[in-house]
Design a protein around this ligand. Structure first.
Ligand code: FMN
Length: 167
């Protein structure tokens, strides 16, 4: 089975999470492609998809939102999982992503689950405006992505896919 991973990322933190998932899937014998959403057009070769985004002001990045909207019919026919990466320890917003948005994305894609992971901030990578917002929110450099948990989550998805594939 070929799995598509779309880890929409502005500053590389979520992209690296996608690579961790890909390594886990490949270790279980699954074929994997990892792509940013704006580069993906044809979902026909895939038997499953994992789609996620870094969170910016409570939302997925625009290309990730456009991707799930454009491909919603195809995604609904696939086993599909969603994730977001955002909260930065004590500087995390009270609601990193709203329950309404999670419900909307789950409904749109027919996904099995949405999982929220921590994020990573490197102030020198940010634009001036982003740095201003990050400082205003009290954020400092830090990596809260819990890559072990990302790996474990991908492992549980792989188990599900392999069970379905052989069942
Ligand atoms: C301008 C800005 C806004 C952010 N807004 C949110 C937010 O609303 N919710 C959240 O949990 N994290 C927020 N974050 C933290 C990012 O989601 C986090 O740094 C994430 O790891 C970025 O992913 P990327 O490196 O893949 O772009 C924000 C960060 C910046 C710089």
């Amino acid at each position: 089975m070929r799995v598509l991973i779309i880890p929409a990322s502005r500053h590389g933190g979520t992209a690296e999470m996608g690579r961790v998932m890909a390594t886990t899937f490949r270790g279980r014998g699954l074929d994997v492609d990892v792509s940013q959403p704006e580069h993906m057009f044809d979902l026909a070769p895939y038997g499953a998809a994992v789609i996620g985004s870094g969170l910016y002001l409570g939302d997925w990045l625009g290309p990730a939102r456009a991707f799930v909207d454009d491909h919603r019919e195809a995604l609904r026919r696939l086993p599909c999982w969603l994730f977001s990466s955002g909260p930065l320890g004590e500087a995390a917003p009270e609601e990193p992503i709203s329950e309404d948005l999670i419900d909307f994305l789950l409904d749109l894609t027919g996904a099995e689950e949405h999982r929220l992971f921590g994020g990573r901030l490197e102030l020198e990578r940010l634009s001036r405006t982003e740095r201003y917002i990050a400082r205003w929110a009290g954020a400092t450099d830090g990596d809260y992505r819990e890559l072990d948990e990302v790996e474990a989550w991908a492992g549980s998805i792989a188990d599900t896919l392999l069970e379905v594939g052989t069942g």
